[in-house]
Design a protein around this ligand. Sequence first.
Ligand SMILES: *Cc1c(COP(=O)(O)O)cnc(C)c1O
Length: 214
Amino acid sequence: MNRTYTEVKAALGNTVSLCIVTKHRTPAQILSYYDAGERVFGENRITELKEKYDLLPKDIEWHFIGHLQKNKVRDTVRRVSCIQSLDSLALAECIEKECAKHQKTMRVFAEFHMADEDENKTGLSPADAFAFFDECRKYEHLDLCGIMVMGPHTDDESRVREVFDKAHTLFTELQKRYGSETITTLSMGMSGDYKIALSCGSTMVRLGSCLFTE
Ligand SMILES: *Cc1c(COP(=O)(O)O)cnc(C)c1O
């Protein structure tokens, strides 16, 4: 644990949740946050997730936050409580089928790319949001309850704010259409930009490096 953690907790208050991103971190590092009371941890690779899942306490709520390939859905669904990176209908159908087998309901967030200029844009286009949500809501074993957005890779704070404002607008539109009790989470903000994300209405930040380095 480090000093940033105290600052982060104060900034989040009771309304914004924290997903601690544990990629490349050791079980001991993760346990220090577990012992501090944290339960939500995020991984973006299934191989790393599997190793850590086996070693760490079973009441951890793992969130999958990386690009998910269909052939990895089986291994993922068994271990996580939320998939933040749903980016296609084909993937939704695959998760639905796997969850149906286990009679499990999976929380999922749809991942959107808001920044047109980013080269490696993964995620859905905001223009397709309603159609995507309408389609996904037919899947009985998916609880599509939020969206996940990455900030643009730039030091230009006003550009980051522009992207996060757009994401918040999309979040609000989805809440209007489907109900704010159904659409609960706007997952937005990483170590470099979480303060901006908070000021733009994020309800969950995903923090890695700032919590593991002094
Ligand atoms: C790595 C990662 C994070 C955390 O990034 P930091 O800059 O280390 O805070 C958040 N979200 C996703 C999707 C990631 O892959």
